[in-house]
Design a protein around this ligand. Sequence first.
Ligand SMILES: [Zn+2]
Length: 117
Amino acid sequence: MIENLAAWEQRLRAARAELLRRIEGRRQRLAGLQEDTEKHYSDHLADMAQLDQDRETEVLLSEQEIRQLREIEAALERIRTRTFGLCERCGRPIEPERLDLLPYTRYCATCAQSLET
Ligand SMILES: [Zn+2]
């Protein structure tokens, strides 16, 4: 079992809070973009295209963030069940450097690699 579960929990909670702030900010920006679109509708086609692109980017980013948020929630759950830091596929401890970079990862480097391919 991994040491310092409390420290990891703190780190994950901080990451979750930060992510929630970002998602909320994005939600508000999206609402703003929506308003802009309605205001400028048929005004300037070029602006419209830009707005569409901005909105697409925001939606894409927020989807990524929501996925990341779920991973963080899952990692917090693994802390509760004391399986945090163990690979979900092979059960071996996840490399500390990897865990440090991606505290919410489910897999060790080897398994992550074989899952990707
Ligand atoms: Zn593994």
